[in-house]
Ligand binder design. Structure first.
Ligand code: CA
Ligand code: CA
Length: 243
């Protein structure tokens, strides 16, 4: 009786420890950021004004690994997903692949991602909605030196790759959003980090995987452009009056 109670106690402590480990405040946060471009005003990393059709928005994908021990023992091994322009809104554009960024360039597994129209709105997104291993997602995989890439601070952030979004259509005041969608895979966990010194693997739909954003894009012609349009309108008005 005493033995079984001891065993029960040990089991209970085991469960409690397992719960503690499982409920650590750690997680993986993806963040698609706008960092500049051509005919672009970056208000902040998630708020962008574009001033003309043909504007090119430069994007970076970052990942932050948050542990719970406030020690610099957190790192990124692998992860990725798709970048999707909203199908609603009159601002339209095409996503292009950019580059993987060191140290997340590995001959095995990394890929820049393939532009494809994922939401059937006629404009290119990047990535896939497939669960198969060979699907053309953007994927970043640590090159193994060091393995994984550890941060120099607790809860470090890593730039994984770059992309560009080229505006193809955009009436004044039209908008869209650009969203990162972590890869979901049936057979394995494509997102791997070192968290508080231990390996943790996630699927893209796990609660510990989150995404900052989205990026909000608006077509807001520059004041100079507006002034020119205004002058043009005035000229037409004068010509009409004279006619
Ligand atoms: Ca699309
Ligand atoms: Ca840590």
């Amino acid at each position: 009786m005493k033995t079984s109670r001891t065993l029960l106690t040990i089991a209970a402590v085991g469960v409690a420890v397992a719960c503690l480990v499982g409920s650590a405040n750690g997680g993986l946060i993806y963040d698609l950021r706008a960092v500049g471009g051509t005919n672009v005003t970056v208000v902040d990393s998630h708020t962008v004004n574009v001033t003309a059709v043909g504007a090119v928005v430069n994007l970076q994908l970052w990942a932050t690994v948050t542990g719970a021990d406030n020690v610099a023992n957190d790192g990124f091994i692998s992860g990725g997903g798709s970048i999707i322009g909203a199908s609603t809104g009159l601002l339209k554009g095409n996503m292009s692949a950019g580059t993987n960024v060191e140290p997340f360039i590995n001959a095995i597994g990394d890929q820049v991602g393939t532009p494809v129209d994922l939401n059937s709105d006629g404009y290119l997104d990047l990535g896939s909605t497939s669960n198969t291993a060979s699907a053309p997602y953007f994927m970043a995989v640590s090159d193994g030196s060091p393995t994984p890439a550890y941060g120099t601070v607790a809860n470090p952030s890593f730039m994984l790759g770059t992309f560009t979004y080229t505006v193809a259509a955009g009436p004044q005041n039209s908008t869209t959003t650009l969203t990162f969608a972590p890869r979901i895979k049936k057979t394995s966990s494509p997102h791997q980090v070192m968290m508080d010194g231990g390996l943790v693997s996630y699927n893209g739909n796990d609660a510990a995987v989150s995404v900052s954003g989205p990026i909000n894009l608006s077509m807001v012609p520059e004041p100079a452009t507006m002034a020119l349009l205004g002058l043009g309108g005035l000229g037409m008005l004068l010509r009409r009056r004279r006619a």
